[in-house]
Write a protein that binds this ligand. Structure first.
Ligand code: CP3
Length: 353
């Protein structure tokens, strides 16, 4: 117990604690709001930061990463900041060359396809290989100056494995799922390696000062529940257990999670984050009281009229009314074609509710 309180004391306390209360399943005067991918290409100020450098260099330069982290804090008056980075940063640290291209997004030129490839991966020392993330967290907290909490994050092992095996963005995940059917032991070995890396990586983020962490198991929604229980859930659970002593709340996001919700609960995170395809009244019934729920505005609703957006936001707020531990967010990342004024309007709608 003493270790836990010790850790909690180290966390810088924050003025706006709506998000942290919601993570603990407590009642709040209104739902807190943050937006997945809230610092990104839809913002001219982000484009300006990005103009003279690559995306990876932004992530690896703590001063620039902190500037990106602060953009939605200053421009939107959001209730929570999320550290500017990418889920693939620790994968590069495992020894896989990573390239981000304008057109094709992230890719690994030498993807993991065989047992030998898995065995060649290393388990990185997080500070040595990804210490820039810890520095960016410290610098972001310095600039946030106790106004709001800062979320850290990691990809979950299955989602990291999809990128490592596919080598690029994929629609049907046929390569990683082929490995699942052809050579499950090799996939399990890869998932174990990724789990160890993620645990060390998140512990480093906790030590640097994050107030909560979100696990992105974005592509686990491509699995049926039986495979989810074998290839995704146990590893997510292991991470949550390893971090449970740190006294930092956890959130789990899966895209297309509708059929997986009962299993996702077993991962043990404080909050379950859902996409827009699920009905929130149904989610309210499935997720037990005391656990937080995050979501689930369709990102495309920010591309329509402000009237239509207002209608959607009010519907969601009505559906979640009276539910403790509700956090407003989108069902997936904000789209690059979104206008900043619509994002600002969204934040205002929720904060004035
Ligand atoms: O939420 C935030 O504001 C924090 C930053 C953040 C980024 N990526 C920045 C980013 C977070 C939390 C992520 C997570 C991430 N990255 C996920 C999981 C969540 C999700 O959205 O599905 C995944 C699958 C990735 C991998 C990734 N990174 C892809 C597929 C792409 C290309 C497509 C795209 O949207 O750009 C990226 C690039 C990326 N990550 C950008 C940003 C701001 C754009 C980079 C640029 O400036 O060109």
């Amino acid at each position: 117990i003493s270790i836990k309180t010790e850790r909690k004391k180290m966390r810088p306390s924050v003025k706006n604690d709506l998000f942290l209360k919601a993570c603990r399943g407590e009642a709040t005067s209104r739902p807190p709001i943050w937006i997945m991918r809230q610092a990104g290409r839809y913002m001219p100020e982000y484009q300006a930061l990005r103009k003279n450098t690559t995306f990876l260099n932004l992530c690896k330069t703590p001063d620039l990463a902190a500037s990106a982290t602060l953009l939605p804090v200053d421009m939107l008056g959001i209730d929570v900041a999320i550290i500017f980075s990418d889920i693939l940063v620790p994968v590069e640290a495992m020894g896989l060359e990573l390239i981000f291209s304008e057109k094709k997004g992230p890719s690994f030129p030498s993807p993991v396809r065989t047992r030998k490839d898995v065995e060649a991966l290393c388990t990185p020392d997080p500070l040595e290989k990804t210490g820039f993330v810890a520095q960016a967290i410290k610098e972001s907290n310095r600039r946030i100056d106790g106004r709001i909490p800062l979320i850290g994050f990691s990809g979950s092992p299955f989602t990291l494995a999809t990128y490592m095996v596919e080598g690029e963005i994929s629609k049907d995940f046929s390569r990683v799922k082929k490995m699942m059917f052809q050579d499950p032991d090799t996939l399990h070995l890869l998932l174990e390696r990724a789990t160890k890396t993620v645990i060390d990586y998140l512990k480093m983020q906790v030590d640097a000062g994050i107030h909560a962490y979100q696990l992105f198991d974005t592509w686990a929604g491509s699995l049926n529940p039986v495979h989810y229980r074998e290839f995704a859930l146990p590893y997510t659970k292991k991470i949550v257990e390893a971090l449970s002593r740190e006294g930092v709340p956890s959130l789990l996001y899966v895209n297309g999670s509708c059929a997986l919700l009962p299993d996702m609960i077993q991962a043990g995170t404080d909050v379950i984050s859902v996409d827009w395809r699920v009905s929130l009244p149904m989610v309210r019934n499935i997720i037990p009281e005391g656990k937080g729920i995050q979501g689930n505005l369709d990102p495309v609703s920010l591309l329509g009229t402000s009237e239509a957006l207002k209608k959607e936001v009010h519907r969601i707020l009505a559906e979640m009314k009276g539910r403790k531990g509700y956090i407003f967010n989108l069902g997936h990342g904000i789209l690059p074609e979104t206008s900043v004024s619509m994002a600002q309007y969204l934040v205002k709608l929720v904060q004035e509710s």
